[in-house]
Design a protein. Structure first.
Length: 330
């Protein structure tokens, strides 16, 4: 499906990846409906800052309500489902809320889309479903391992979508991004954590485990990966990775960021930022062969370039203050 002229719903459009994806689909000519989580302030999250805001139909609501989902999905031709509770440390404290949003919310949207006229449903997964890599690079057939309540709910949500494919010929495809980063990312992620502490003048940067490795992908590339999957025909029931096929440790990542920011800061291990031992995902590296072979898509932004662009965005004084770098946010 090419997005031009298509009625496309994006859930979680007020979030980090969702807001960037909203901008991309508007540029591609889609008629975008953007779901933001209801709040009494009528605040649209990161959509407040996008230049194409007036070209988007913004709807406030909650995917935990099945009746709302039915109304939301009606007359949409495609759904890109990104709405989810994400922070892993908070999932230790409030796992029930993750079950409601990530599993039941996904079920509600699947039922609504099945009953409606939806031609394509892209469900957003996460590399966290694999747990610590049993082999690298990680392909789509790698075993799943729930090492946190968050990842358990994402595995369950993926299974709900897959079950609808098998049971009802539901036109769904699973997109599984690895670690996206860039402007607008939340404070709970490691790259904003490093940048905002250094930008605020910290000499001691508080981090958790620095030996873990991750496959970091600039958000622009993540969104282009979604667009590539959206254009695939056929793709029903398939899972596609979006990642860079590289890995870097958190410690080395810190060195890259500190170097780009000309900072003498050093790492201090903060016990409250360390995950429980068996819950820590030690290694992730994406095998992007399947999507590359199917579409020719490869990420184009290097880690150094992406970090430089991210640093520039976060270092703007008003943004930096809003991130409260002196406070650890689970």
């Amino acid at each position: 499906m090419h997005p031009k002229g298509k009625r496309i719903l994006i859930t979680g459009a007020d979030g980090f990846i969702g807001s960037h994806l909203t901008e991309l689909l508007v540029r591609e000519g889609a008629r975008v409906t953007a779901l933001v989580q209801y709040n009494s302030f009528n605040h649209w999250g990161w959509l407040e800052d996008i230049p194409c805001r007036k070209e988007v139909e913004v709807v406030s609501g909650d995917i935990r309500d099945p009746h709302f989902c039915t109304r939301l999905v009606k007359d949409q031709e495609a759904v890109l489902h990104l709405a989810a509770l994400i922070p892993i440390p908070y999932s230790y404290l409030a796992p029930d809320s993750y079950l409601d949003t990530n599993v039941k919310g996904t079920l509600n949207l699947c039922q609504a889309a099945l009953a409606g006229s939806v031609q394509k449903f892209l469900h957003t997964s996460t590399s966290e479903v694999y747990g610590t890599a049993q082999h690298v690079p990680i392909d789509e057939k790698h075993p799943l391992s729930a090492q946190s309540p968050y990842s358990a709910t994402k595995i369950a949500a993926d299974a709900i979508v897959t079950s609808f494919v098998h049971s009802f010929q539901f036109p769904a495809t699973i997109v599984r991004p690895f670690n996206s980063y860039g402007p607008r990312q939340s404070a709970r992620a490691v790259i904003p954590t490093i940048i905002t502490q250094i930008a605020s003048g910290a000499v001691n940067v508080h981090l958790g485990n620095t030996t873990t490795t991750r496959d970091f992908t600039f958000v622009q590339d993540t969104c282009l990966g979604f667009l590539a999957v959206l254009g695939l025909e056929p793709s029903v029931g398939e899972v596609y990775h979006v990642g860079s096929n590289t890995e870097v440790s958190v410690g080395d990542l810190f060195g890259l960021v500190a170097g780009l920011m000309n900072s003498p800061a050093r790492i201090v291990e903060d016990p409250q930022r360390v995950r429980p031992g068996a819950s820590e995902v030690l290694r992730l590296r994406c095998d992007d062969t399947k999507l590359r072979n199917a579409t020719g898509f490869v990420p184009c932004v290097s880690l150094k370039e992406g970090l430089a662009r991210t640093i520039a965005w976060f270092s703007e004084p008003n943004r930096l203050r809003s991130y409260k770098p002196d406070i650890y946010n689970v």
